[in-house]
Design a protein around this ligand. Structure first.
Ligand code: MN
Length: 239
């Protein structure tokens, strides 16, 4: 019988399903804290997906811990911040989801609201978790025109903002946007829901969980398809 209490690394199957539908062969990367070993794994990857999870340690953006900040994972922070900086330096395609967008922002020097309700004045409820279906469409995301995300979601030729309904399973969000990132979507209450790096071939972060929608939502699946297309372009160019 399986020992339910043995520490383990794992990841939601929804990410794997969304990536395989896009034609990717996902590798799950354990939280290795030895940089040399982690780099060995990183070199095997053609692209990187940063998944949802625990809060990032606020020490990484120079703030004392707020009482509403959740549990942190020192090993995961260390590993994912390194992977993110490498992918940003190397131009390796990167999709960052939920915790991932927060890791991306912190890795590049930005900061976070440690708890939206406690710290972001006027914000609506974004933490539809736990106790709600993970694919619950909870608010709109207003996509910034002319961004890569707008192009992916199919509004490249429209000067008007594209609005899409999204799920929302987060209690933290980006506060100060890191240098090099631009806001690609906001909720109606102005909370940042997506960012992207203009100077990088493909580095996009979304605060919602498209992997939970992608099995019956073409627009959500397109985000994963776009990651894999960026990987293919990079491999074709011999990088
Ligand atoms: Mn939200």
């Amino acid at each position: 019988m399986q020992d339910q209490h043995a520490p383990r690394f794992g990841q939601s199957q929804a990410y794997v399903h969304a990536l395989t539908r896009a034609g990717a062969a996902p590798l799950l990367v354990p939280n290795l804290t030895d940089k040399t070993l982690l780099r060995t794994l990183y070199e095997l990857l053609d692209g990187l997906l940063l998944a949802g999870g625990e809060d990032v340690d606020p020490a990484y953006y120079g703030e004392p811990r707020h009482e509403k900040c959740g549990p942190v994972s020192p090993e995961r922070d260390k590993a994912e911040l390194a992977l993110t900086r490498w992918a940003m330096d190397d131009g390796k395609p990167l999709l960052a989801i939920c915790r991932g967008i927060q890791v991306l922002n912190v890795a590049l020097g930005g900061s976070l609201y440690q708890d939206i309700q406690a710290q972001a004045r006027g914000a609506e409820k974004h933490d539809w978790h736990p106790g709600y279906p993970r694919n619950r469409l909870s608010h709109m995301a207003i996509v910034t025109p002319q961004t890569r995300l707008a192009h992916i979601l199919g509004s490249s030729n429209s000067p008007r903002s594209l609005c899409i309904p999204v799920n929302s399973l987060h209690h933290q969000a980006i506060k100060d946007v890191a240098p090099g990132l631009t806001v690609a979507a906001r909720a109606p209450d102005k909370i940042i829901e997506a960012v992207e790096a203009e100077a990088h071939p493909f580095a996009i972060g979304v605060q919602w969980h498209p992997e939970e929608l992608a099995d019956n939502d073409v627009q959500a699946q397109r985000i994963f398809d776009a990651l894999v297309e960026a990987v293919r372009d990079r491999l074709r160019n011999g990088e």
